[in-house]
Design a binder for this molecule. Structure first.
Ligand code: B1M
Length: 210
């Protein structure tokens, strides 16, 4: 198989033997971010489709996710870092309560960290209390929430409602991302009910731009 296809297959098949050698070869032709965006994410997309269609069982999805994480960790030192790399602000980043998906959140962490932001990544399944405590403790400028499940979109709304109730909405602009969200839901429904600023990021780069 051509290199790109082979890398994609590694993700889909959860096969990590020889992964590093293929990534090294790919790095001769592409940047680390190109490999992630163009090649590896396409593999994860296939995994999602197979799983959604009942053609792949959960333990195999987990294996694919592990290979994806290994690949991203291997590529991270090869990523470009911005020159002005200090003092752009602090973002507290979390996957919301009830949700374990963290590959996208961790990509956001890497991209923002490499571009001069201080990222406080508090992990998965984080209740709103933990998110707000971390934002307080680290004097965050922005709160970022990720979630891939449909029910996570409801949790995000609940979290924003809680922030309204506590009167902290003006203090923390919120960045939201994850596969189950839509731009319309965030920019219409959530922007309407949240008393602060809430934005939707389709991917890590839109997150960085915002
Ligand atoms: Co799960 N899962 N999963 N899963 N999983 C999905 C999300 C699903 C769509 C698969 C499917 O059915 N086709 C489906 C959700 C359906 C729904 O809610 N309607 C699903 C399900 C059902 C489940 C379980 C419930 C399965 C079960 O137990 N029966 C279970 C849930 C457990 C839980 O959360 N409580 C579950 C478990 C898992 C694994 C543990 C096996 C594994 C996760 C491993 C891990 O993350 N450590 C897993 C995986 C890998 C997936 C799919 C296949 C791939 C997700 C992924 O990593 N994509 C996924 C299918 C899909 O998404 N279509 C699926 C790559 C990643 C880079 O993309 O996270 O979307 P993503 O991030 C993107 C953007 O969304 C954005 O930037 C990234 C790209 O640059 N972004 C942000 C994300 N967060 C952002 C935050 C920002 C800004 C941008 O600012 C703050």
């Amino acid at each position: 198989l051509p290199l790109d296809e082979r890398l994609q297959r590694r993700i889909v098949d959860g096969e990590r033997n020889g992964l590093e050698a293929d990534l090294d070869a790919s790095l001769q032709e592409k940047s680390a971010l190109q490999i992630i965006n163009e090649t590896l994410l396409a593999g994860m997309k296939t995994v999602g489709e197979l799983f959604g269609a009942g053609q792949m069982q959960l333990p195999f999805v987990l294996q694919s996710a592990e290979v994806m994480k290994t690949a991203v960790a291997y590529l991270e030192p090869h990523m470009e870092k911005s020159e002005d790399d200090e003092g752009k602000g602090t973002i507290v980043l979390a996957t919301v309560k009830g949700d374990v998906h963290d590959i996208g959140k961790n990509l956001v962490d890497i991209i923002l960290s490499n571009n001069g932001y201080n990222v406080v990544n508090i992990g998965i399944k984080q209740p709103v209390n933990a998110i707000l405590d971390a934002a307080e403790e680290h004097k965050a400028d922005v709160i970022g929430m990720s979630g891939l499940l449909v029910k996570s979109t409801v949790v995000m709304k609940d979290n924003l409602e809680e922030m309204n109730t506590r009167g902290v909405a003006a203090r923390w602009p919120v960045l939201l991302g994850g596969a189950a969200l839509t731009r319309a839901y965030v920019e219409n429904d959530l922007a309407e009910m949240y008393a602060g600023d809430v934005r939707y990021a389709r991917d890590a780069f839109e997150g960085l731009r915002l």
